[in-house]
Design a protein around this ligand. Structure first.
Ligand code: CTP
Length: 435
C-alpha cells in the first residue's frame, strides 16, 4: 500500500502542514526564476515508507544558491549557507529545520573510489548517479505538478518488493561504500539485495575496490552499521558477504567464531541497556573490539590509525584489547573477589562487554557480569576528606587506606560508613601502638 503517484496528500498527512508549505514555497520560488526543483533521495523513500525523515534534500536543475537567495527574499527569517564551490546551499528555518539544496549533477569519477567530480545535468542524470533505486526517486515541487512522483528506475516497485538494487553495473566500483550502505538499508528496512546487485558487490570486492577507499570513510560507514538497532542482522550480512578481510585489514581466523562473538556482543549490549544507563556504552565501540580483538598489536595500531579513531578512543581500545585474551583465559577459572576486581578494574565498560562476548564460557560471563553489576565504578563509603578527618595523615597514606577500604568493600567486609569509620579508627590505633 504505497499510495498514489502524487504524494501531496501523503506529504501533508505524514509530515504536517508546515513542512508541506515550506516545500510549496520553495517550488514557487523556483518557478519564479524558471528553475525546476525536486525533493529527492532518502526523504522521498521515507515518505513512501510512512516514516519520519531527517533533513530534506532538494535537487535543483540549475544553480541551487540562486534558488536559496530567491526563497530568502520571499521568506524572512530563513538563514542561508551557501557552498558556491559545490553549487549547494542549506536553508535553515527559524525552528531549526534544515533543507539542503543541491544543483543536479552528473558525477564523474577520476578514478574508482575517488571523490566524484561534478558537472551540472538534469534530474534524471542526477538520479541515475545514486546508489539504489529506492533512493533514486524524486518528487516534483513545481506549483503545477506539486507532489508528482518521478520514478524512472522503478524504485517504487523495489520498495514494494523490499529490494535493494543498484542502478548500473559499475555502481559499487565507483563507490565501494555503497556495499556497506546496501547492508545498512537491508538491515534497517528488512530488505534484501537482489541477486544481480549482490553478485556485483562480490565482484567489486574481488576487484579490490576497497583498497582505494580511505580507512576513515570505511569506518564511518561501518560505524553507522554497528550503531543500528538492527546491528545483529547487519553483522551477519557482513560475514555472508565476505567483508571481514576488508574490514579488519586481514582475514578472519575463524569467521564462524567472529560471527558468534558479534552476536553475543549485541546480546550483552541489550542486557546492559536494559539494566543500566544505555548511554554509558556505545555499541560501535564494543563491536569494534570484537572485530579487531585478535589482531596482533602492530596490525591493530595500523587499523586504528587508518580508521582515524579519536586518540582517546584508540588508546582505551588498545589497552582493553591487550588484556582481552589473557583475561578471557584467566576468567575460565573462578577468581577470588579481590584478584578478580584487580584484573577487571583496568578494563573499560565497553571492553568488559566485549570480554563477555569473547567466549561462550559460562563462568567467564558470570564473573564479568557480576563485576559489572556490583563492582564496576565502585562507590566507597568514605573519601579522602573523611580519612583526613579521622586522623589519617596527609600524603601517600590516604591512598593506601583508600585501597585498603576498596578491598574491604570488594570482599564484603565493609559496606556502610559506620563500619568503615570504626575499622579505620581501629587500624590507626593499632598503627600507633605498633609502629
Ligand atoms: N547517495 C548515493 N551514494 C552514496 C551516498 C548517498 O547515491 N554513497 C545518495 C542517495 O540517493 C541517498 C542520498 O544520496 O538517498 C542521501 O544520502 P544519505 O543522507 O547518506 O542517505 P539517506 O538515503 O538520506 O539515508 P538516511 O536516512 O540514512 O540519512
Amino acid at each position: 500500500p504505497l499510495g498514489p503517484r502524487n504524494l501531496a496528500r501523503r506529504l501533508r498527512g505524514q509530515w504536517g502542514e508546515r513542512r508541506t508549505r515550506r516545500l510549496r514555497e520553495l517550488g514557487q520560488a523556483a518557478a519564479e526564476i524558471d528553475l525546476r526543483a525536486y525533493l529527492v533521495g532518502g526523504s522521498v523513500r521515507d515518505l513512501l515508507l510512512n516514516q519520519s525523515t531527517q533533513d530534506l534534500d532538494v535537487v535543483v536543475e540549475g544553480a541551487a544558491p540562486a534558488l536559496a537567495r530567491r526563497l530568502q527574499e520571499r521568506t524572512p527569517g530563513v538563514r542561508v549557507v551557501t557552498h558556491a564551490a559545490f553549487g549547494t546551499a542549506t536553508l535553515i528555518f527559524p525552528d531549526g529545520e534544515r533543507l539542503d539544496l543541491a544543483s543536479s549533477r552528473v558525477e564523474h569519477y577520476a578514478a574508482p573510489a575517488a571523490l566524484p567530480m561534478i558537472e551540472l545535468g538534469g534530474i534524471h542524470a542526477d538520479l541515475w548517479r545514486r546508489d539504489f533505486t529506492i533512493n533514486a526517486m524524486a518528487m516534483d515541487i513545481h506549483p503545477a505538478r506539486f507532489g508528482d512522483l518521478l520514478d524512472p528506475y522503478h524504485g517504487l516497485t523495489d520498495l514494494r518488493e523490499r529490494r535493494i538494487r543498484i542502478l548500473h553495473s559499475l555502481s559499487f566500483v565507483e563507490d565501494p561504500t555503497r556495499i556497506l550502505r546496501a547492508v545498512r538499508f537491508e538491515a534497517r528496512l528488512g530488505f534484501c539485495m537482489d541477486e544481480q546487485s549482490q553478485r556485483l558487490a562480490l565482484n567489486a570486492l574481488h576487484l579490490g575496490v576497497f583498497e582505494q577507499l580511505s580507512g576513515a570513510r570505511l569506518w564511518r560507514e561501518l560505524r553507522y552499521l554497528f550503531d543500528l538497532p538492527q546491528a545483529a542482522a547487519a553483522w551477519e550480512r557482513l560475514g555472508r558477504l565476505h567483508l571481514w578481510t576488508v574490514l579488519r585489514g586481514e582475514p578472519a581466523k575463524d569467521p564462524t567464531l567472529l560471527l558468534a562473538r558479534g552476536k553475543r556482543a549485541l546480546e550483552m549490549l541489550q542486557w546492559y541497556h536494559l539494566l543500566f544507563r544505555p548511554e554509558a556504552v556505545r555499541p560501535w565501540a564494543v563491536l569494534l573490539r570484537v572485530l579487531l580483538g585478535d589482531l596482533a598489536e602492530p596490525a591493530l595500531r595500523r587499523r586504528l590509525h587508518e580508521f582515524q579513531l579519536a586518540a582517546r578512543d584508540a588508546s582505551v581500545l588498545l589497552a582493553d584489547l591487550r588484556q582481552l585474551r589473557p583475561l578471557a583465559q584467566r576468567l575460565r577459572e573462578r577468581l577470588e573477589p579481590w584478584p578478580r576486581y584487580q584484573a577487571l578494574a583496568p578494563v573499560s565498560l565497553e571492553g568488559l562487554l566485549a570480554l563477555m562476548a569473547w567466549s561462550d564460557n559460562e563462568l567467564l560471563r558470570e564473573q564479568v557480569s557480576d563485576y559489572i553489576q556490583h563492582q564496576y565504578d565502585l562507590a566507597l563509603p568514605l573519601d579522602g576528606a573523611d580519612l583526613l578527618a579521622l586522623g589519617v595523615p596527609q600524603g601517600p597514606r590516604i591512598g593506601e587506606w583508600l585501597q585498603w577500604l576498596r578491598r574491604a568493600v570488594v570482599e564484603g567486609r565493609v559496606q556502610d560508613r559506620e563500619t568503615a569509620q570504626r575499622w579505620i579508627r581501629q587500624g590507626l590505633q593499632q598503627e600507633t601502638q605498633s609502629p
